[in-house]
Design a protein around this ligand. Structure first.
Ligand code: MN
Length: 440
């Protein structure tokens, strides 16, 4: 762990709401996003979330007298996306984090505090936009529990494909349909074939699902033809967001062989608006998943002692459901899934290294999905297809309704947080999406 004064759990902010227990954005977090004042035609620009406020990054850096790398990094926040900041690399991100932490701390000089008070906008008045321009999106498949649960549905005798423990499996996702939290999701239409039908038909998806994932935003890219070694892989990652990989299971089942998911996934992917930096996640690093003795060791290019010792991240992820019926009677959302990212089989560094191992160039802003995060427990499955055994069992909801898959009017809300004894608890905000009926 590379800890510094920004991780000190005793640190408090002069913004009182940041010190509330349970707050997602205490001074130890400092995630970046893109905002404008709701209902205005203002130019989007970068902000830092702190308590129940957002701090405009470019203006704050200038008014608080940031210097050197911190000043340049804050100035990159005047752009309409975070790509310029993400491209700078850790030698800029880290001084910026130190400067922001000092300026927002309870003991900041009075003139700094006065200057920054004019750069604050209440979070509830901020329209949060997609934080990065995403050139490319790759989704992985890193949870052994998810892969086994899914495999068991279709191949009961041989659930796990022989490649899973050797190679991080991924597919090329669709970047154009990645949307920010709050964007409505229109139920996709597509070609499906019922098990007893002679021919496929075209119509609204009947098995709409979510996948609880994390998204990793790439920082400085690597040149084409130049693989990223595992020891340097995390230098290429700017930060982490929540990711819901909406999935049309009936479309997927008919289309996925032999080339993998296509229209079953490309209609929408929801991200949370705040990018939590790897610097902020340092206290929550843990050893990578301990492989059982009979499992193969990773091949040398995917093997690294530091990655084994602290290549994992302890991040709790959850998915909540609130149906239209639950909203009508003001019933709170019900949690369907909860798991921890530390339980995935492949580490983030292994994903970056494997992705670039053939010389493929990652570009600033590229999005890597973790794959569905499922744990060993039955209620830690990260998708409805697992929770309901592909629709065989229904989930009973507290209001008396049941679900096997997502219905129109359902709202799915993903949350995430990191906690560890002796450290602050930080949160990811939320990635929410309301499902609308398909278009005629
Ligand atoms: Mn996925």
């Amino acid at each position: 762990m590379n800890l510094d004064p920004t991780h000190d759990p005793r640190l408090t902010s002069w913004i009182g709401s940041a010190n509330d227990p349970g707050c997602d954005f205490p001074i130890q977090n400092l995630p970046f996003g893109i905002f404008r004042r709701r209902g205005t035609p203002e130019a989007p620009r970068a902000a830092v979330a702190i308590g129940d406020q957002v701090l405009e990054l470019g203006a704050a850096g200038a008014l608080a007298g940031f210097s050197g790398e911190a000043a340049k990094a804050a100035d990159a926040g005047r752009a309409a996306k975070l790509n310029a900041l993400a491209a700078l690399g850790r030698e800029y991100w880290h001084p910026l984090r130190l400067a922001l932490s000092r300026a927002l701390a309870a003991n900041a000089p009075a003139d700094v505090r006065e200057a920054l008070e004019g750069c604050l906008v209440p979070l509830k008045e901020a329209e949060l936009l997609l934080p990065v321009e995403i050139p490319d999106y790759t989704d992985f498949y890193t949870s052994l529990h998810h892969a086994t649960n899914i495999g068991r549905l279709f191949r009961p005798d041989n659930p796990l494909m022989p490649n899973f423990k050797w190679i991080p499996i991924g597919y090329h996702g669709r970047a154009s349909s990645v949307v920010v939290s709050g964007s409505e999701i229109v139920r996709p239409r597509g070609q499906t074939r019922a098990p007893d039908a002679a021919h496929p038909a075209f119509g609204p998806c009947k098995r709409l699902d979510y996948e609880v994932e994390l998204g990793f935003v790439c920082g400085p890219g690597n040149p084409l033809g130049t693989p990223v070694r595992i020891a340097n892989a995390l230098e290429r990652v700017f930060g982490v967001v929540l990711l819901n990989d909406w999935s049309a299971r009936d479309i997927q089942a008919w289309e996925y062989q032999p080339l993998g998911p296509f229209l079953a996934k490309s209609f929408a992917t929801t991200l949370s608006p705040w990018v939590v930096t790897l610097d902020a996640l340092e206290p929550y690093r843990v050893h990578s998943l301990r492989r059982p003795p009979d499992d193969p060791a990773p091949l040398p290019y995917l093997s690294d002692s530091d990655d084994r010792d602290e290549g994992g991240f302890s991040i709790e992820v959850e998915m909540y459901l609130r149906t239209a019926g639950m909203r009508d009677i003001a019933m709170p959302p019900v949690r369907l899934s909860h798991a921890n990212y530390r339980d995935t089989y492949w580490t983030l560094a292994q994903l970056v290294t494997h992705h670039t191992s053939n010389g493929c160039n990652l570009r600033t802003g590229d999005l890597l999905g973790s794959g569905t995060i499922s744990g060993a427990a039955a209620d830690s499955a990260g998708a409805m297809i697992e929770l309901t055994q592909n629709g065989k069992h229904s989930i009973k909801l507290p209001g008396g309704e049941t679900r096997t898959f997502i219905e129109d009017g359902d709202e799915l809300v993903q949350r995430g947080r990191c906690s560890r004894d002796g450290f602050a608890t930080i949160g990811f905000g939320e990635a929410a999406g309301l499902v609308l009926p398909s278009l005629k």
